[in-house]
Design a protein around this ligand. Structure first.
Ligand code: ATP
Length: 415
């Protein structure tokens, strides 16, 4: 397996709205600070999440998972992200939505498995030892056209091209530690290492081969869908073997990250039984579920259950609640978001947005910031004022108002 060729493919898009979250913002004694690490309020849930971080560190969460239950826009995703950040800066965070498992091409359990592996990191230590080299001047083997090395310094990476035998420079290593050999001849030696952070899925994807056989039809198929690759169970087992060997040799270290499954009520029995098994595996990340549903049917069955989760899985979960925000907290969160998005919003407008957040949802209020800044720019201003918010407020509906309107005008829609 060539680690140098493996590119990390972390999912970034879904965490863009949480860029201001830098951790759970807890004091060393575990108490939630009123405003820290981008977090405002939600003290009980943050403190409970802090305890979970301690339990994870003490390896007491094995076989269990966390469920964040609360109304929409109460910071469930933000808390899950905060947990992963408090576990360490390079800990993988893989967010997904329950409904992602439904695809006509890929099996539900396959989607879950892929996300499980996206959430397991591997810290690989690549040791490079570079001794001082005395370069020798030689005739250029490429017939005068190619560059030949005239000088090599400590830390330079050089490689020999297989087909031509030409020696080329391939960048510089960062020197980390100078060591002296213990026995003569004394050679100054620079010991360097690169720490690479990859996920198991990165390794799977980099080692997967295009689907299909060698016959002409399959080859044509591959040309039409050149990037379509299949990650088989066999491949994953092979990767696991190599990874376990690296771990035994001390070259790599496993970093279980956080797999965040939002809208867990969208999963069905097949997914839940897979999750029950997967949580037991030794290669399991920290799984955090989130839902804004109360008692409802387990999808695809007529069995009702709290949060639409079967009771045998519920039994394994540590359940935490998130509460709706008061006006002051909403205004603080909106002010943080405005600052992150580099928008100037005066106090009156923030208070007005806070009211909108109370009536609709925090997410709706946050979402009005960007269109309001466009309206402000069109009006020749850099700062957002209340009139801009009023204008965009008439243009966009929040979920509640849209539902109310649908009820009122039911006869005008096709049902
Ligand atoms: N306590 C908080 N402090 C700072 N920002 C917050 C807080 N709670 C929520 N936010 C921000 O508000 C927005 C909405 O929150 P988030 O997406 O975490 O809610 P959610 O509970 O996951 O919602 P849903 O149920 O709809 O998935 C995000 O930008 C989030 O970062």
């Amino acid at each position: 397996m060539k680690i140098e060729e493996v590119q990390s493919q972390t999912k970034k898009q879904r965490i863009a709205t949480h860029t201001h979250i830098k951790g759970l913002g807890l004091e060393p004694n575990g108490k939630a600070m009123p405003l820290a690490a981008g977090f405002v309020g939600q003290a009980a849930a943050r403190e409970a999440a802090g305890l979970v971080v301690d339990m994870i560190r003490q390896k007491k969460m094995a076989g269990r998972a966390l469920l964040l239950a609360g109304p929409p826009g109460t910071g469930k995703t933000a808390i899950a992200l905060g947990i992963s950040q408090d576990l360490g800066s390079k800990v993988p965070f893989c967010p997904m939505v329950g409904s992602e498992v439904y695809s006509s091409e890929v099996k539900k359990t396959e989607v879950l498995m892929e996300n499980f592996r996206r959430a397991i990191g591997l810290r690989i230590k690549e040791n490079k030892e570079v001794t001082e080299l005395s370069p020798e001047e030689t005739e250029s083997v490429t017939g005068g056209y190619g560059k030949s090395i005239s000088h090599v310094a400590v830390g330079d990476v050089i490689y020999i091209e297989g087909n031509s035998g030409a020696v080329k420079k391939g960048g510089k290593l960062q020197p980390c530690k100078i060591e002296w050999a213990k026995t003569p001849p004394w050679v100054q030696c620079t010991l360097c290492w690169n720490i690479r952070m990859l996920t198991l899925h990165d390794l799977d994807a980099a080692n997967a081969r295009p689907q299909g056989g060698q016959d002409i039809l399959s080859l044509m198929g591959q040309m039409m869908k050149p990037r379509k690759t299949e990650i088989t169970d066999k491949l994953r087992q092979e990767i696991n073997k190599v990874v376990n060997r690296y771990i035994d040799e001390g070259v790599a270290e496993l970093v279980p990250g956080v797999l965040f499954i939002d809208e867990v009520h969208m999963l069905d029995m097949e997914c839940f039984s897979y999750l029950n098994r997967a949580l037991e595996s030794s290669l399991s990340p920290i799984v955090i579920f989130a839902t804004n549903r109360g008692i409802c049917n387990v999808r695809g069955t007529d069995m009702t259950s709290p949060h639409g989760i079967p009771v045998d899985l519920l039994d394994r979960l540590v359940i935490m609640r998130t509460e709706t925000y008061g006006p002051a907290e909403m205004i603080q969160i909106l002010a943080i978001r405005a600052q992150v998005e580099e928008l100037v919003v005066d106090e009156e407008s923030l208070a007005y947005l806070g009211e909108i957040g109370q009536q609709a949802s925090l997410r709706h209020a946050v979402q009005l910031l960007s269109p309001a800044s466009v309206v402000a720019k069109m009006n020749g201003r850099d700062n957002i004022c209340k009139a801009d918010l009023e204008e965009v407020g008439t243009l966009y509906l929040d979920a509640k108002s849209s539902a109310r309107l649908l009820q009122e005008q039911q006869d005008r829609y096709i049902s």
